[in-house]
Structure formats: C-alpha cells, structure tokens
Write a protein that binds this ligand. Structure first.
Ligand code: SAM
Length: 254
C-alpha cells in the first residue's frame, strides 16, 4: 500500500495530503476515491485510510485506523558528513535515512575539495537532498522524515554536537575496534536507563575523501569527542558513514 507523509493534522476523522504528493497520487499512481492509502504525520503516527476526494491542491483521506510506528531507533543519530565530491551526498542521504539516521548535517572540513557553495546554489542542493530523504523515509517506512540541515563549518558543527550528546569520530588513523564497542555498550546502557521522553543523542563525524586534518581531531578530542576505528581497511567516505550507522543499528536493535 502506498505511504505518504503529511504535515497536516487530522480533523473529524479525516486527514489531508498536500504538496507535490497530490500530483503523484493523481497523475502518476492514478489513484481513485475509495482506494486504500497510508498516511504518516511525521511524528511516528501512521493512519490507514481510504481516499475520499482528489482535488487540485490536496487529497482528502478518511481515517479507518491509526497506530504508532515502531521503526525509529531508540537514539537520535546525527550524521555529520564531510562534504564529499560530486553527487555522493545523494547516496549518503538515501542510505543513512534507510539505516535510521535522525538528521544529516553536511560539514565543510579542512580537506574538503567541495567548499560551501554560494547560498543560492546550496539552497537548491539542500532541496534535492531533502526530497531524497522524504522518499527514502516513505520507502523504508520511517516514522519521521530526517532533516538534511544547512551545511556548517567544522567547529560550529562540533560545538553543536558536543552540546547535544556523545560524539564519535570514525578516524582513519584510530586503532582497534574496541573503542567503538565500548561506545556502543555505554549507549545501550543509556537507552536502557532512559526514563525521559527525550532520546539520547549520538553524533557521528565522517571525514571527506581527504580525511581529517590532525588539528580537527585534536580540537574534538580536547572537548570530549572519541575517535573510533572501523577496521583495518580504509573505507570511502560514502561507505564509512553507512558502515557506522549499520553497526549502531545492529547493536541497538539486537
Ligand atoms: N584520506 C584518508 C587516508 O588516506 O587515510 C582516508 C579518508 S576516508 C576516504 C574518509 C573518511 O572515512 C575518514 O576521514 C573517516 O572518517 C572514515 N574512515 C574510512 N576508513 C576508516 C577506518 N578504517 N576507520 C575509521 N574511519 C574510517
């Protein structure tokens, strides 16, 4: 059954789908009134329903059932990705959404070949990445749509991440997998002991193709971030973030 996100709230047992999905429903999927459909409110609640009306600007759905989704990780994982070359970011956004990332933050680091674009060009890229995040969320039955944030400079990103929770840096020069195992063991403890509605936060920093500059690592270690190894081989930047998310997902969901 087709699934769509909406920012609308239910009224009298009905909910509206708006925006570009209307055209998709009408002209691509050629759905009709009476067809069954799934609508997610983006806050881990999913409604089953039947299409009542297909209008120019919206699709009206009659709700027949509602349930909480259970596809979110018990930790908010922020992926801080060193700006990669070419269109690798599109693959990184799509796969990290499938793997449960809570948000993706492009970061300009010292060895990035790609520098922060002028605002206009960057806005366009951001829109594209957010569209990819939305469709990956629908396809992977996420309970929310991860945000692809505005690109940040390294220090600003690191400060923000350290304030929000634990920070790990998969670092190509780090030794041994034990550090990662220890971080994950303490994260599992945090989840187990968590009595509040707020989920623990873990930020993961991935370097660009050129890797991290020693000064960037120093800056982070001095402030409490931890470097971890992802094993003996050097992974591509687009592989490293997804590997880290896969390991975290495996640990937290097993
Ligand atoms: N230019 C670096 C070099 O030759 O050593 C490689 C950088 S790698 C292509 C890009 C990023 O992926 C690294 O900065 C790091 O964040 C991550 N990464 C790759 N392999 C890793 C490993 N074995 N352990 C930890 N992190 C790794």
């Amino acid at each position: 059954m087709n699934r769509f996100f909406t920012g609308e709230t239910p009224e009298d047992g009905k909910i509206r789908i708006t925006g570009s999905d209307v055209n998709h429903i009408k002209n691509v999927l050629r759905m009709q009134p009476g067809d069954r459909i799934l609508v997610n409110n983006g806050h881990e609640t999913e409604y089953s329903g039947r299409i009542l009306e297909i209008n120019k600007e919206d699709v009206l759905v009659e709700i027949t059932d509602e349930r909480p989704t259970d596809t979110e990780l018990p930790v908010k994982i922020y992926l801080y990705q060193g700006l990669p070359k070419k269109d690798k970011m599109e693959l990184i956004v799509q796969k990290s959404v499938e793997l449960g990332a809570y948000a993706i933050v492009p970061v300009e680091m010292k060895r990035c070949v790609v520098k922060l674009e002028d605002a206009k060009k960057e806005e366009k890229k951001l829109e594209r990445w957010q569209t990819i995040a939305k469709s990956a969320s629908e396809q992977s039955t996420r309970g929310m749509i991860p945000e692809v944030c505005h690109a940040k400079k390294y220090k600003e990103a690191m400060e923000e991440a350290l304030k929000a929770g634990d920070v790990i840096i998969p670092y190509e020069n780090a030794e041994g997998i034990t550090a990662l195992k220890n971080v994950l063991a303490s994260l599992k403890e945090k989840v187990k002991d968590n009595k509040s509605d707020e989920k623990p936060v873990l930020s993961v920093f991935i370097g660009p193709e050129g890797g991290f500059d020693e000064a960037e690592i120093e800056y982070a270690l001095e402030r409490g971030a931890k470097t971890v190894s992802l094993g003996k081989r050097i992974l591509r930047t687009e592989t490293a973030g997804l590997t880290t998310l896969s390991i975290i997902m495996y640990e937290l969901e097993s």
